[in-house]
Design a protein around this ligand. Structure first.
Ligand code: PGA
Length: 360
């Protein structure tokens, strides 16, 4: 197989292993009636779409049982924003992981900085919460992140490493079920965001810490979300970083147009083309004046795809250009049935800057 295509496919397969996720955190917003309306509106907005990422909404406890049956479970997962660190019993006002799961919810945010700061949640308490969530079949979305003074003192890596202790005593099997969310506290609800470079740097650090503890494969499979004033206008740049696998969205999750705008970033149309020398495969979401160049190298790209399949190659050698559908099939096969990355005629869909080529 041609090296360039091989590298691209490897990248695709690798990226496919971990999920892209856009998760909403409603926090203490919305009455039950307002929450139901918001969930319905989101469900309708996604009714005729196939999001190219997992979509999750984490709601206040009292909304869960009403919201869960309202949304299409194949497209929208529902989660809580917290759960108790005890299994059951005399803990007035608490809600257990089992109770959350009994509503049909599948996720739970744990370790959010607001819980840590206002409700005294420690590394040890969070260890118990994570274990109970997992024991009850919930996927924890485990949040970590530094406050401003820690960032200013350049202590962010140290801080997140210490917070990871709550999940680093899990077995490898259990750890591989969790989702991490890096949320710099100074960026939450403040309108400030980490720059894409800052986000990438610390996400890569977090992934390396996971790799050190659980090995590279598990680290490569772990989704690490970014959170903190994420909105459609800045999410694109943040998500295009190789170690940023989506977002945990607060304020922008309360408005369907904003939340959907963020989800849609994973379905952005984009193109892949060979460069002038044919040495590199280039990826862009805006061909601009490269359109001519892309057209020029179209033939070469079609050849590369034909190289992946004998029948296609035969057809090509006989002077017949394979249909886009046939090329799609071959690409799908070559990328391990990559349903997560829909291929469409004329364009390719972006998966974190990784593209699957199609013709036109
Ligand atoms: P924000 O919140 O998007 O409103 O900053 C994110 C979060 O706290 O999860």
């Amino acid at each position: 197989m041609n090296n360039r295509i091989e590298n691209l496919l490897t990248l695709l397969i690798k990226n496919k292993m971990r999920k892209n996720i856009v998760a909403g955190n409603w926090k203490m917003n919305k009455t039950l009636q307002e929450g139901i309306a918001l969930a319905k509106e989101l469900n309708e907005a996604l009714a005729n779409e196939k999001p190219n990422c997992d979509v999750i909404i984490c709601t206040p406890f009292i909304h869960l049982a009403s919201v869960t049956p309202l949304v299409d479970a194949a497209k929208i997962g529902v989660g809580a924003e917290n759960c108790a660190d005890k299994e059951s019993g005399a803990y007035t006002g608490e809600v257990s992981a089992a109770m959350v799961a009994s509503t049909g919810a599948k996720y739970v945010i744990l370790g959010h900085s607001e819980r840590r700061a206002y409700y005294g949640e420690t590394v040890e308490i969070l260890k118990d919460k994570v274990k109970l969530a997992l024991a009850n079949g919930l996927t924890p979305i485990f949040c970590i992140g530094e406050v401003l003074e820690e960032r200013e003192a350049n202590k962010q890596n140290e801080v997140v490493a210490a917070q990871l202790a709550s999940v680093f005593d899990l077995s490898a099997e259990d750890f591989s079920k969790i989702v991490l969310a890096y949320e710099p506290v100074w960026a939450i609800g403040t309108g400030k965001t980490a720059s894409p470079a800052q986000a990438q740097e610390i996400h890569a650090f977090i992934r390396s810490a996971v790799a050190e503890k659980y090995g590279k494969e598990i680290a490569d499979n772990t989704s690490i979300l970014y959170g903190g004033s994420c909105k459609p206008s800045n999410a694109k740049e943040l998500f295009s970083n190789p170690d940023v696998d989506g977002g945990l969205i607060g304020g922008a999750a309360l408005k369907v147009s904003d939340f959907k705008g963020i989800i849609d970033l994973f379905e952005m149309k984009a193109y892949i083309y060979n460069d002038e020398k044919g040495d590199n495969i280039t990826v862009t979401d805006d061909l601009g004046d490269m359109a001519d160049q892309a057209a020029e190298y179209r033939t070469e790209l079609i050849e590369k795809i034909c190289e992946l399949d004998d029948d296609l190659m035969m057809q090509y050698l006989e002077g017949e250009e394979p249909s886009v559908d046939d090329m799609k099939k071959v690409l799908r096969k070559a990328t391990c049935e990559c349903q997560a990355i829909p291929v469409c005629c004329g364009t390719a869909y972006r998966n974190k800057g990784c593209l699957l080529y199609t013709s036109d």
